[in-house]
Design a protein around this ligand. Structure first.
Ligand code: THU
Length: 145
């Protein structure tokens, strides 16, 4: 089996990897990159990387910087987002999953079918990770309004 270093990555994953080079992560050493495709947006995807802060709680994740770049450019319908991550040793973290906050932001602009492509981990849908995002139309199962 060839490793993912030998196989050409999905172009969206390649864009995420490039964005990860610009992560600002002096505290964790994790470089996370994301690349987002929005409906109606032509040209390259919107990319983001994690930006950490000395006041740790102010850190923002790669997924949100990518999504917000697309939103600020005027797009609202998120179709697909790719995610990549290396740890402090520079090794790929294959099991990375978007954090809960990022999943909720994906839910804001996506649907349950929005694709989440994880570098070395496979392709998923938002509903795989967050089947019931917070929202005005969401209720506890079996409970009605
Ligand atoms: N991080 C992301 O960029 N995306 C996630 O979904 C989870 C975590 C970043 C935040 C922080 O800079 C580093 O990974 C370690 O938590």
């Amino acid at each position: 089996m060839p490793s993912d270093h030998e196989t050409a990555p999905d172009p969206l994953v390649a864009a995420a990897r490039k964005a990860a080079d610009n992560a600002h992560s002096p505290y964790s050493g994790w470089r996370v990159g994301a690349a987002a495709v929005f409906a109606g947006a032509e040209g390259p995807p919107f990319v983001g990387a994690n930006v950490e802060n000395g006041s740790y709680g102010l850190t923002i994740c790669a997924e949100r910087t990518a999504i917000f770049a697309g939103v600020v450019a005027g797009y609202r319908r998120l179709l697909r987002i790719a995610l990549t991550c290396t740890d402090a040793a520079g090794d790929r973290v294959r099991g990375i999953v978007p954090c809960g906050a990022c999943l909720q932001v994906i839910a804001e602009f996506g649907t349950r079918d929005t694709e989440i492509v994880i570098d070395g981990g496979g392709t998923f849908r938002l509903a795989d990770f967050l089947p019931r995002p917070f929202g005005s139309d969401v209720t506890v199962p079996g409970r009605g309004t």
